[in-house]
Write a protein that binds this ligand. Structure first.
Ligand code: NAD
Length: 489
């Protein structure tokens, strides 16, 4: 499908609509700089319309009033719709944000579909509770949908980030207003069309593309939104909590940045596997992953040997055309993000880190946004590239002497999303895993991932968890109903 055919209008109350003031913004592909389409630049009036549609749907119970088994059937159909349109969605995602088509197809589409299916399948298998009170009363503890859920997502995994929130929110019976990133709005709009085709009633799932300040803030500040679920930067995440407090104290959940430490001890059971994971995980998705292990800590005694193996793998990640089937490293999402990555690389050099590979923009003649896979060694904890999230293909390698030294360095971060430890010593593995302040700790691997496990961070990596049954907590209220029992006996 040609990019020009993409429909960039919002989807509100079951219909594709222009922004009420007719404003649009350009959707440019980072693959080659071409204009893909123009997209509705939604603002307050459009957000108001979408929230009103969501509220009306919630009030007349067209969705939340269905039996869980009925919602399940629709959610499963929604998942099937994604798979039936997998090639189209993968192409759209790749053109819009630059990731290799092989991963857009095998990871993003499949993972989003699996998430929709899993929450759909779960919702008719969850029971409410009866509290163990005295026999003169019956106390029912029931889950109810919160109402209208605002969802704001970033651009790095547009479909997956949206699915992690809309799947549990919709399955639980809520209405949703989704604001995708202005850098990658297209698949969210298409998902909402597929949801309608699957049988999600009009008004239940609305999408308002636009800029953060113009469409995101009105959603976070809206007096008729009951919950805001946000994934993005820590900077904006903090504002989301403020906006929730300034308005109606809506429930606010945030999945934010990371600077994950990856710790390799000299007794690592398989150095080659550790090297592959260290390199593959930082360069996957062009380094634009919140959980990318961007700080690699190598025990001093194996540092040189490890670095040699790392450098040998780097050429295999040279950026290439994201539409080519064997490409593993694609384009950075846009010029602004590419310039930000290049600025961090310049800072790394200025502050005295040793640039061992990459460091430059690549494929300039394409008109797209590409950066070479970049490795810095000799990084110390105070350097900017060791502290701040770069969100690009840049690995900072640090060194340590013993366990207490590395724990001190690893936990010296405002973030606490993920971490990894490589050792054959089971005591050390458990001890370090316990001491690391992170939502997820990997032991002797970095790629395990499943919808059944919670995902989220400690510290300034956010509040709340996506994925797993725990995610339902975010989109449901707990209601207690006391019933007095005047026992005849
Ligand atoms: P961002 O914070 O700039 O934007 C995220 C979303 O918020 C976008 O839709 C944007 O339009 C919107 N937004 C921006 N300003 C806003 C405002 N004032 N009010 C309301 N909404 C606003 O982040 P980004 O650059 O799109 O994404 C990268 C960040 O996302 C990284 O920090 C990354 O670590 C994080 N991330 C976290 C997770 C996680 O699960 N923890 C997953 C993916 C990405």
């Amino acid at each position: 499908m040609l990019g020009q055919a993409y429909d960039g209008r919002a989807l509100i109350n079951g219909s594709r609509v222009h922004a009420q003031d007719g404003q649009t913004f350009d959707c440019i592909s980072p693959v080659d700089g071409r204009l893909l389409t123009t997209v509705a630049r939604c603002g307050q009036a459009d957000v108001d319309a979408a929230v009103a549609a969501g509220r009306a749907a919630f009030e007349d119970r067209r969705w939340c009033g269905l039996a869980p088994a009925a919602r399940k059937r629709v959610m499963v159909k929604f998942a099937d719709q994604l798979l039936a349109h997998a090639d189209e969605l993968a192409m759209m995602e790749t053109l819009d944000m630059g990731k290799p088509i092989r991963y857009a197809r095998s990871v993003d589409v499949n993972s989003a579909a699996n998430c929709l299916r899993w929450y759909g399948e779960a919702v008719d298998k969850i029971y409410d509770e009866i509290a163990p009170t005295a026999s003169t009363a019956l106390a029912l503890i029931q889950r109810e949908p919160v109402g209208v859920v605002g969802v704001i997502v970033p651009w790095n995994y547009p479909m997956i980030m949206a699915a992690w929130k809309i799947a549990p929110a919709l399955a639980a019976g809520n209405s949703v207003v989704l604001k995708p990133s202005e850098k990658s709005p297209l698949t969210a709009l298409r998902l909402a069309e597929l949801a309608l085709e699957a049988g999600i009633p009009p008004g239940v799932f609305n999408v308002v593309p636009g800029y953060g300040a113009e469409a995101g803030s009105p959603l976070a500040l809206h007096m008729d939104v009951d919950c805001i679920a946000f994934t993005g930067s820590t900077r904006v995440g903090k504002q989301i909590h403020v906006m929730a407090g300034q308005s109606n104290l809506k429930r606010a959940w945030t999945e934010l940045g990371g600077k994950s430490p990856n710790i390799v001890f000299a007794d690592c059971p398989d150095l080659d596997k550790a090297v592959e994971a260290a390199v593959g995980s930082i360069f996957f998705n062009q380094g634009e992953s919140c959980n990318a292990p961007s700080r690699l800590f190598v025990e001093a005694s194996i540092r040189d040997q490890f670095l040699e193996k790392v450098l040998a793998l780097v050429p295999g990640y040279a950026p290439a055309n994201p539409l080519a089937p064997d490409t593993v490293m694609g384009a950075i999402v846009d010029q602004t993000q590419m310039n930000s990555v290049l600025r961090y690389i310049a800072l790394g050099k200025q502050e005295g880190a040793a640039l061992l590979a990459g460091g430059e923009q690549a494929l300039l003649d394409t008109g797209g946004c590409y950066v070479q896979p970049t490795i810095f060694a000799g990084v110390t904890p105070g350097m900017t590239i060791a502290r701040e999230e770069i969100f690009g293909p840049v690995l900072s390698v640090l060194s340590f002497t013993d366990t207490s030294d590395v724990l001190r360095q690893a936990n010296q971060s405002i973030y606490g999303l993920q971490a990894a430890v490589w050792t054959r010593d089971i005591n050390k593995a458990h001890g370090v895993a316990r001491a690391l302040r992170a939502g997820t700790v990997h032991v002797n691997q970095y790629d395990e991932d499943d919808i059944t496990v919670p995902f989220g961070g400690y510290k300034q990596s956010g509040v709340g968890r996506d994925k797993s049954l725990h995610a339902f907590d975010k989109y449901t209220e707990t209601k207690t109903t006391w019933i007095r029992i005047d026992s005849p006996v």
